[in-house]
Design a protein around this ligand. Sequence first.
Ligand SMILES: NC(=O)c1ccc[n+]([C@@H]2O[C@H](COP(=O)([O-])OP(=O)(O)OC[C@H]3O[C@@H](n4cnc5c(N)ncnc54)[C@H](O)[C@@H]3O)[C@@H](O)[C@H]2O)c1
Length: 346
Amino acid sequence: MKILVTGGAGYIGSHTVLSLLNKNFDVVVYDNLCNSSEESLTRVKQLTGKTVEFIEGDIRDKEKLSSVFTAHKITSVIHFAALKAVGESSQIPLSYYQNNVHGSICLLEVMEKFGVQDFIFSSSATVYGEQNTAPYVETMTLGRPSSPYGTSKVMVENVMADFALANNKFRGVSLRYFNPIGAHESGQIGEDPKGIPNNLLPFVAQVAVGKRDKLNIFGDDYPTKDGSCERDYLHVMDLAEGHVAALNWLHKHDTFAGVEAFNLGTGQGISVFQIVNAFEQATGQTIPFDVAPRRAGDLAAFWANAEKANTELDWQAKRNLDDMMVDTWRWQSGNPNGYRKDDGIS
Ligand SMILES: NC(=O)c1ccc[n+]([C@@H]2O[C@H](COP(=O)([O-])OP(=O)(O)OC[C@H]3O[C@@H](n4cnc5c(N)ncnc54)[C@H](O)[C@@H]3O)[C@@H](O)[C@H]2O)c1
C-alpha cells in the first residue's frame, strides 16, 4: 500500500510517517513547509532506516498534486495539511478557510480524478463546539466551534459527508484528535512551533530551556478540580498509531463506503496545573508562571469518550502523563531551537 501523507513534515504528520514506515507502508509526503522543516523527515529516515519520498507542494496546487498521483500508485491519503493556530484564525479567517477548506476540496477533487477512495482526515475535538458537554461522543451533533479554525474542521467534515452521499465508493475516516503532546521517545523528532507556541506544553518546555520567561495560565477560576482548564492530553505516538489503526480498519472493512468518525483521546481530563506539576516532577525543572485572565473562547473542560476507537479500531492510548513529559523534555532539551541549526529565538 502506498500512502500519500499531506502535511507529513509537521508535528503529528512526521510521527505518523515514522509509525507507517515501521509497519512497512510505502509513504509519499506532500507538504509546502509553511509550518515545518524537511529535517523532520531526514530524522524519520534515520530512525527507521527506511526511505520516504518528499515532494514540496501546496494542496491547493491541483496540477502539482495530480503529478504526484500520476507518478505514484497512491492507495490511501492521510490528510494533515492545514493551518492550526486557533487565535490566528480569528485574525485571518479567510486564509484559514482558503487553506483548510478549499485545500481539502482540491485534494478530494484530485483523488476523485485518480479514483483514490480511502481518505483519513485530521479533525479535532473542537468540532463538538460549546453546546456539547464532556465526555464527547461521536454520535453528538457537531456544535459551533469558537474559532474559524474549528469551523474549518466542521466544514471539511460536512464536505466529506456530502461527497460520500454523491460518490458511493468514497471511504472517509475522520479522526477527532483531542490534545496531542509529547515527542518520539528518541528525542529526535517533536513539536517545533514557529514563533510563540500556541499550545501549552511547547510553551512550558520553552520556559524550561530559557527561551521564554514564564508561563501564563489563563484563568484559575473555572468550575474544574483546581480552577484551571482541563483537556484530554494524549501522547503523539499513540495518536500516530491511531492512524495506522484507521488504515487497518479501512483495509479490513473492504466493503465499507461512507464516512466514519472516531475520537482519539485517553478519556481523561488533565488540568493546566497538573501538566505543570507533572512536567516539573518528570524533568526536575521549575516552571515560573503567572495566572492571567481567562482567554476568550476557551472551554472549561473537555475530554473524549474513546470507546468507539477502542472497540472498532482496536486502538487505545498506551502512554501515560509521565511518558508525555519525559519525551517532551528529551526532545526540547536536545533540540532547544527545534530543527533549526541557528540559536536565534523566534
Ligand atoms: N496539534 C494539535 O493539537 C491538533 C489537534 C487537533 C487537530 N490537529 C490537526 O492535525 C493536523 C496536523 O497538525 P500538526 O499539529 O501536526 O500541525 P503542523 O503545523 O505541525 O503540521 C501541518 C503541516 O501541514 C503543512 N501545510 C499547511 N498548509 C499546507 C498546504 N496548503 N499545502 C501543503 N502543506 C500544508 C505545514 O507545512 C505542516 O507541515 C492539522 O490538520 C491540525 O489541524 C492538530
